[in-house]
Ligand binder design. Structure first.
Ligand code: C5P
Length: 230
C-alpha cells in the first residue's frame, strides 16, 4: 500500500483540523497519514493535539540531530506519545546517534518506525557544496542509505530524484519522498522536486506533501492529487 503523508505545517489547531477533515479520504491502494513537524509540535497545544489523534497514521517529524546523550534524552521525553507511528532522525548526526535514537524510540511503542532523513529536498547541489560536502548529493544519499540500513532504520527520507539509486541498498525499507508539488504549483523553497506520480514511478513507497495541499482548499487539492495518480 502506498502512503501519502500530508504535512500539517501550521501553528493553528483549527487549521490542522481543517486539513485532516478535508483530506482524510479512503483511496484504493493508498493510505493517508499526517506529518507534524517542529512548527506544530512547538505551538501552544500542538503536542497535546498530536497525543490525542486516533485511527490515523501519525508521523512526528522532529528531525532529531544532536549528540547521542541529548538525542536519547529527547526521545525519552516523548514516551507518553504512544500513538506515534513514525519518527525522524537526521542521518547526518552519525551512526552512534541514530542507533541510540532507534533503541530509545522503540520504548515509545515497539511498532514505531524510525526514518532517517538524508539530504534535505530544499538543498541544491550548489548549496550542498557550500556546507562543505565533497561528494555529490546522489553519492551522499547512497552513503546515508547504507548507514541507515546498518543501523536497521525502517526507512529513509530523500528526494524522489535519488530513489532509483536506493532500491537495492534500501531493500525492505520504506523510501519516503518530500519535495512534492502538484503540477503547476510553485516550488517555493524546495529544490529537488517532483510530482506525486513521478515520485511513485521512481519507486517511492510514500510521499510527503504540504503546501500543494494545505494552501487554498485542502479537499479540492487532495482530489487533484488523487486524480493525478491515475
Ligand atoms: O510544503 P512542502 O510540501 O514543501 O513541505 C514538505 C514537508 O516535508 C515539510 O514539512 C518539510 O519539513 C518536510 N521535509 C522536507 N525535506 C526533507 C525532509 C522533510 O521537505 N528532506
Amino acid at each position: 500500500m502506498r502512503k501519502i503523508f500530508v504535512a500539517c505545517d501550521t501553528s493553528s489547531i483549527p487549521k490542522a483540523k481543517t486539513v485532516i477533515r478535508g483530506t482524510n479520504l479512503k483511496i484504493k491502494n493508498y493510505k493517508i497519514g499526517y506529518k507534524f513537524g517542529l512548527e506544530f509540535f512547538y505551538s501552544a497545544g500542538g503536542r497535546n493535539f498530536i497525543s490525542k489523534l486516533k485511527r490515523i497514521p501519525v508521523f512526528l517529524d522532529l528531525k532529531i540531530n544532536d549528540i547521542p546523550n541529548t538525542a536519547t534524552a529527547a526521545l525519552k521525553s516523548l514516551r507518553d506519545l504512544k500513538n506515534i507511528n513514525y519518527i525522524t532522525v537526521h542521518i547526518n548526526g552519525g551512526y552512534e546517534m541514530i542507533k541510540c535514537v532507534k533503541k530509545e524510540a522503540k520504548k515509545i511503542n515497539k511498532n514505531i518506525k524510525i526514518l532517517g532523513v538524508s539530504v534535505l529536498t530544499s538543498l541544491s547541489p550548489r548549496a550542498f557544496k557550500a556546507i562543505g560536502y565533497k561528494k555529490t548529493i546522489k553519492d551522499t544519499v547512497k552513503l546515508h542509505a547504507k548507514l541507515a540500513r546498518k543501523a536497521k532504520l525502517d526507512g529513509i527520507i530523500c528526494s524522489a530524484h535519488e530513489v532509483k539509486y536506493l532500491k537495492k541498498i534500501c531493500k525492505g525499507m520504506e523510501i519516503i519522498t518530500p519535495g512534492i508539488r502538484l503540477s503547476g504549483d510553485k516550488i517555493q523553497d524546495q529544490k529537488r522536486v517532483t510530482t506525486p506520480l513521478m515520485a511513485f514511478k521512481n519507486g517511492a513507497n510514500a510521499i510527503v506533501i504540504g503546501r500543494s495541499i494545505t494552501i487554498g482548499n485542502p479537499k479540492l487539492n487532495m482530489q487533484k492529487l488523487i486524480n493525478s495518480l491515475s
